[in-house]
Design a protein around this ligand. Structure first.
Ligand SMILES: [Ca+2]
Ligand SMILES: [Zn+2]
Length: 160
């Protein structure tokens, strides 16, 4: 049985309970192993993400900032696939000449596999999700020719 690491579980624990259930069920059926890079973000973390161009929405307008009362209840999760036993963020940081670096197509395929698993679980649960690789939900990413996808955020999955 596939399980998340303690770190991933802590991050997932800051998310809307529906997202937690979907992520756990998605891990069981996904063709690639993955962890949770981010759930809820506080003010400093959110504004830092905007500065680093990882997010476009300043605190408190991101779905990563959602709260219910005083409790974190992120409506978005950032996933982190593993390829060949290493996490994709560290792999994609490798120089292009490094033979261990996956191609851009491999990287996108890994994120899409995680998205497909989330989507398949969510549809059965009747929850509508949106993926940061295909914001308009037409099935196409920017690399597949969808010029409307101006902000590519492959790790990001949110509740609509
Ligand atoms: Ca699209
Ligand atoms: Zn995100």
């Amino acid at each position: 049985m596939a399980t998340f690491s303690v770190k991933s579980l802590l991050r997932l624990g800051t998310c809307d309970p529906r997202l937690q259930d979907i992520a756990k069920a998605a891990l069981e059926i996904c063709s690639v192993d993955f962890g949770i890079a981010c759930g809820w973000r506080g003010e400093a973390e959110q504004n830092d993400a905007v500065r680093r161009k990882l997010s476009k929405t300043p605190w408190p307008t991101s779905n990563h900032n959602n709260m219910v009362g005083s409790e974190a209840c992120s409506l978005a999760v950032d996933v982190l696939p593993y390829l060949r036993g290493r996490d994709l963020f560290s792999l994609s940081d490798l120089p292009k000449t490094d033979p261990n670096r996956p191609s851009d197509a491999e990287i996108e395929a890994a994120f899409r596999a995680v998205w497909d698993a989330f989507q398949s679980v969510a549809q059965k649960m009747g929850v509508r999700l949106r993926w940061g690789g295909d914001w308009d939900g037409d099935g196409k990413t920017r690399s597949q020719g969808d010029a409307d996808e101006r902000f590519v955020d492959l790790p990001h999955i949110e509740i609509r």
